[in-house]
Design a protein around this ligand. Structure first.
Ligand code: ADP
Length: 243
């Protein structure tokens, strides 16, 4: 495929967005019945289900920690999530992303409240179109909250970066592939800290400041959506739903 021109003469992107615009986002909490907490997120063309099991007694027992719960997280892309069918098993990329997503979420969970326990999180990408690690973080933190796990904060994630010489928010797969830089981050507004921060490509210091500011604003917007998704679930929640 010939390299596409990512920024049109009028300054907009191929999908019509302005540089600082997020893709359309929809999220819903409590979408799966067999897990303790769950969430579904559509972030542009990227779609992810997150399911949480626990806290529960750790198996195998020798992996239990006396002072806190162990968080186990599996980030996985379904083989039908991409155009060329992906291998069924876990790839090196998925193993690495599972680790960085787990480390980001560990910072917002009160793990010490559940010694000798495990909390298992599954983030299943059912459709991939860029930004899947950030979408997995946004959805997993919602599912953890839905499971009633005490947390310091919800964690929103989004990437910013540089395409066609311009600093932009929320890269699609095409923009990620043909752009100059991709910077996925997850920022906790309450901790005022980036719990995931990665950068692929090159940015000048000025561009970095701009990209950081866009990512910060993007995370704040997604954070508000996360809070609303939880409110929507629990303002209409009736306990008899559980019987
Ligand atoms: P992220 O999804 O967090 O942006 P990457 O930068 O590694 O992570 O991937 C960018 C995009 O490339 C993904 O969102 C997905 O759309 C696509 N992609 C990743 N891995 C594969 C794969 N094995 N096959 C096809 N497309 C893939």
């Amino acid at each position: 495929m010939k390299e596409p021109v990512l920024i049109k003469p009028d300054g907009t992107r191929l999908d019509g967005r302005k540089p600082d615009e997020l893709r359309p986002i929809k999220m819903e909490v409590g979408v799966l019945e067999k897990s303790d907490g769950s969430a579904y997120l559509e972030h542009g063309g990227t779609r992810v289900f997150a399911a949480v099991f626990g806290p529960k007694e750790m198996h195998p027992k020798h992996l239990a920690l006396p002072s806190r719960a162990v968080l186990r997280l599996r980030y996985h892309m379904a083989s039908f999530s991409v155009e060329d069918r992906k291998t069924l098993g876990m790839t090196r990329r998925e193993i690495e992303l599972s680790k960085v997503i787990r480390e980001a979420l560990e910072s917002v969970i009160f793990l010490e409240e559940f010694p000798r326990s495990s909390i298992d999180v599954f983030a299943e990408i059912v459709q991939a179109d860029g930004g899947t690690r950030c979408a997995a973080i946004t959805a997993s933190s919602l599912a953890l909250a839905d499971a009633g796990i005490p947390m310091l904060d919800l964690l929103p994630g989004v990437a910013s970066g540089k395409i066609g010489g311009k600093v932009v928010l929320d890269l699609s797969e095409l923009e990620d592939k043909y752009g100059e830089a991709d910077m996925p981050v997850a920022i906790s507004p309450r901790l005022d800290a980036a719990l995931l921060f990665q950068l692929n490509g090159r940015l000048s210091l000025k561009e970095f400041d701009e990209a950081w500011e866009l990512a910060r604003q993007g995370c704040s917007k997604i954070y508000e959506m996360q809070r609303n998704a939880l409110k929507n679930r629990y303002e209409t929640y009736k306990p008899e739903e559980e019987t």
